[in-house]
Design a protein around this ligand. Sequence first.
Ligand SMILES: Cc1cc2nc3c(=O)[nH]c(=O)nc-3n(C[C@H](O)[C@H](O)[C@H](O)COP(=O)(O)O)c2cc1C
Length: 378
Amino acid sequence: MSNDGANTIPLLTPHKMGRFDLSHRVVLAPLTRQRSYGNVPQPHAILYYQQRTTKGGLLISEATGVSDTAQGYKDTPGIWTKEQVEAWKPIVDGVHAKGGIFFCQIWHVGRVSNSNGIIPTNVSYSDEAFQPNGQAPVSSTDKPVNSVHVAKFTPPRRLETDEIPLVINDFRVAARNAIEAGFDGVEIHGAHGYLIGQFLKDKVNDRTDKYGGCLENRCRFALEIVEAVVDEIGADKVGIRLSPFANYSGAADSNPQALALYMAHALNKFGILYCHVVEPRTVKLGEKFETAYSLGPMRDAFKGTLIVAGSYNREDGNNAISSAYADLIAYGRLFLSNPDLPRRFQVDASLNKYNCETFYIPDPVIGYTDYPFLSSDI
Ligand SMILES: Cc1cc2nc3c(=O)[nH]c(=O)nc-3n(C[C@H](O)[C@H](O)[C@H](O)COP(=O)(O)O)c2cc1C
């Protein structure tokens, strides 16, 4: 895709992110697709990611588990075993062959998991057991997820203070493995109410040790992970995703603005490459709320590249870039259903509609690599 010319739209202007020369600002958002059978990335992901690669474009992988306790959904990939690392290599190579820049999103789901598949209903969830030896999921708390789908989640076990460095080390090793697999860097998944969010947010974190209570203590776990990952692979390869305003799986905060600003300032000390923040309007996936909040204060505070995400289209993406509200825009559902999204934005083409029904099915083609490209480009 060429974006030469003075008349190019703001989304298709270049951006220098550390040592990466991005040719445009349309980022593939991390998208869990549940097609990594047995937690091992599969060859069909080569085509999927390649389809969404442009020369100089940034892609963020689907959330990828850091350990065998990190899983909460069927067939999501991991990066803690040699087999998983090897399986990622041809996928990363495929992106690099087309000139893309590829970051691996690393996560731990914490309490958003099920231990044993034993559900107190007449519905069989026999394949929804994700914890080794049927042990309880770990979290900042022992409070279960308060959800209408509560039966899906096993009450968690609160991590002991002296176990926390072990989990931090899992992120460190996962980051090392991601670099070994060829990724250009990692994105630490601190968003959407998973383990890091369970520490950050005061509606979940009820600890009384140095990882709970005041804002500084609640952010300690996230920042110690950042520190460990930076120490392992270098700040120029590290980003983090946050959703201070979101409320997934009960992970809400009573003062999200303060949380957002504290994290932005604290992250500056590590000089990480980027901070990727979910818009306040995206309180729950797929729903767009009116809100008076904005990421403007975070933008002003954070010194690295700011990526924003959440219900962006072509027009408001362009506006966000031209007003310097953000450096890059991550597109989720639109990029999922339009593999050539930057090109479509360039020529202002109509967009394929996404089909929610096929987001998470295990099929290696349907709803995955069969969304059409612009016919003029085939
Ligand atoms: C199918 C699907 C899977 C997702 N998986 C992840 C994920 O693995 N990690 C993550 O941080 N966000 C995930 N998200 C959230 C998206 O990255 C994005 O923030 C969200 O879809 C809002 O952006 P959009 O309005 O452009 O779709 C997922 C969203 C969808 C629709």
